[in-house]
Ligand binder design. Sequence first.
Ligand code: PMT
Length: 400
Amino acid sequence: MSLTGKKIVLGVSGGIAVYKAVDLVSRLRKKGAEVKVVMTEAATKFVTPLTFRELSANPVVVSMWGEVHEFNVEHIALACWADLFVVAPATANIIAKMATGIADDMLSTTLLATPAQIVICPAMNTNMYEHPITKANLQKLLDLGYKVLPAAEGHLACGTSGAGRLPEPQAIVEYLEQTIVAAQDLAGLNILVTAAGTREAIDPVRYISNHSSGKMGYAIAQAAIARGAQVTLISGPSNLPVPAKVNFIAVDSAREMHAAVLDYFTQADIVIKAAAVADYRPKEVSSQKIKKQADANLTIVLEKNPDILADLGQKKTKQFLVGFAAETNDLISNAQEKLRKKNLDMIVANDVTLSGAGFNADTNIVKLLYPDGEICSLEQMSKTKVANILLDCILAKRKI
Ligand code: PMT
């Protein structure tokens, strides 16, 4: 997969491996990429900005307060210009700043502002690299969708041997070509994902809902973003952090979700409805907290909510429509019935009675069902892996 025409911002932080970043700029340009370099003050102590300017054929930015090269606010202009943002070498310090959202110089501020895929190439002393804080920071960034090229092992400038070397520039270029650019297989696609359960108000303090945490839907949104899609995530209440770079719409009830989904439906290429939508809502919503009645039962009359997915099944034109089926019995036949009735292109059936599957679990066990009767069974795996296989299968079916 080619780097030709890719706009790459190279963030260079201060470590002895800065000299390898010089070669990296050269190799990226030979591959046809356009490169702009942002350096930390510390990095300029190892190699001057002039060297990077000559090799990149672009001005090098170091300070927030230096000469402005673009008409727009510089760090925002650079952040938005980038197709890809590579930090090499990435010191423990810049990694810690990224993991905590600190923006106190040009590089850290631009990193916080960019919607581009960020690739971190750590380089530091082995003890620093293996320190639990650095490990936790890298894990946090991985969870947020950043990519990390692990440091290489070998002799380090500090005189020790171990993990912490910046991989050779050629290896970084190959990683970018094979892992990052090739993996942008959803670029240009608009994906609408729904997640979590809806809440149907009974009175100002009570509601009817279900056990959906949002984990499945958020994993799909996150995976789609990492693969280059534009993602709108419409979510019922959830405690999960909103994945970076998604267009996030928070809703409460099924009717709110319905309205939000219709707003984004026409522009969507793919719709994945992982949300657990309440089929019914209280017919009357009391404006005041309902008081306990002595010796009397309370009856709440429920009325039907709109079936959002069935509505989309009627309205769909170009959209590839994927539903989920949460079942406690007759998994296949119930899911097939929903697939047919709602006019779907695929349904993801999960038996929510299995341990390691369904509500609030970190893993899921699903079967993918298609209108032609094909069934693909997946073993227990993380919801992130389910999300990626689901996206692979959608892409494959859309091409047919
Ligand atoms: O969020 P987690 O804790 O990670 O749990 C994941 C999950 C179990 C919620 C998820 O994997 C799942 O199965 N989601 C669908 C739950 C559900 O509502 O299933 P259903 O069989 O009732 O609905 C079938 C499909 O119709 C679903 O895509 C649902 O979003 C949609 N639907 C249902 C009712 C309704 N009124 N409108 C709808 O659009």
